[in-house]
Design a protein around this ligand. Structure first.
Ligand SMILES: [Zn+2]
Length: 110
């Protein structure tokens, strides 16, 4: 097998994961619905793939980002930015998830 190094997902990727979950849940959009809409615009990602993106186990490439943004109806760059949240300022303490916006803390480099 190829020796693929796992590079930890960085801050923008972490924001994408958090924003995807937050916006999807705000819209009451199920994984099935999201996946169906991704397929409809010609960029199918399996449900497992979406779950892994939200869990920061799968990287989001440029095409994933553009299509996720299209399906969610947001700007692609906005998906990479921390949410505007008065409760946590987009950065809850390590190990915590903000109840207001659903953002999880960026795991400390490990
Ligand atoms: Zn928050």
């Amino acid at each position: 097998m190829a020796d693929i190094k796992r590079i930890p997902i960085g801050p923008l990727g972490t924001n994408v994961a958090n924003n995807l979950r937050r916006i999807r849940e705000q819209r009451h959009m199920t994984y099935t619905e999201l996946v169906k809409q991704l397929a409809a615009i010609g960029h199918p990602i399996p449900i497992l793939g979406v779950r892994r993106i939200e869990r920061r186990e799968r990287r989001v490439d440029a095409d994933d980002l553009a299509c996720l943004a299209a399906v969610l109806g947001v700007d692609p760059w906005a998906l990479t930015q921390p949410p505007q949240c008065d409760a946590c300022n987009g950065a809850p303490p390590a190990g915590f998830t903000c109840n207001a916006c659903g953002t999880s803390a960026v795991p400390s480099a490990a």
